[in-house]
Write a protein that binds this ligand. Sequence first.
Ligand SMILES: Cc1cc2nc3c(=O)[nH]c(=O)nc-3n(C[C@H](O)[C@H](O)[C@H](O)COP(=O)(O)O)c2cc1C
Length: 174
Amino acid sequence: MKKAVIINGGNTRNSRLTAIQQRVEGFFDNAVIAFETIYVHELPPEDLIAANFNSENIKLVNQQVENAEIVVILTPIYKASYTGILKTYLDLLPQKALEGKIIVPLAVGGSAYHLLAIEYALKPVLSVLGATEILNTVYIIDKQIERSETDGFKIEEEAEKRLTTELQHLLTRK
Ligand SMILES: Cc1cc2nc3c(=O)[nH]c(=O)nc-3n(C[C@H](O)[C@H](O)[C@H](O)COP(=O)(O)O)c2cc1C
């Protein structure tokens, strides 16, 4: 069975980012792809801030990345880039941690103005980490995701379709 890891670079499980994550998880369930999720904001802050490579918690999640063939990176757009906390974790990955893996970058932003943030900010970092196979970014505007206390999240059809189309590329890869 193929294995995936989802790296959630948001700062709360209540973010609209979770809607995208749930959609990805549903896709993996249907496609019989095993997955684990890393919530960066739930890792020990002192390990992230001090770049503690010897942390057992960090070693554990790094192992999850090592075991995966597919790495989904989820981030909200903050200040025209991916989040700072996501970078604190990416800095703790081994030098070529993403070599040979398929990377799926997914972002949610407040507007379309920062559509290219993933291309100019995140993708160079992924390349340095050894990634050569990076799917097209799916960028969803927060207004396209409805959040309700009672019914959870609902993603607008247009965004949902773009997301599904990109995820389906995973099924045709080796
Ligand atoms: C500190 C901060 C900075 C942000 N900077 C940007 C930005 O530069 N560009 C943008 O499109 N959205 C920006 N946003 C909006 C978020 O990307 C968007 O609201 C978020 O992904 C979804 O909101 P939620 O987590 O409340 O569901 C920013 C939000 C915060 C909190």
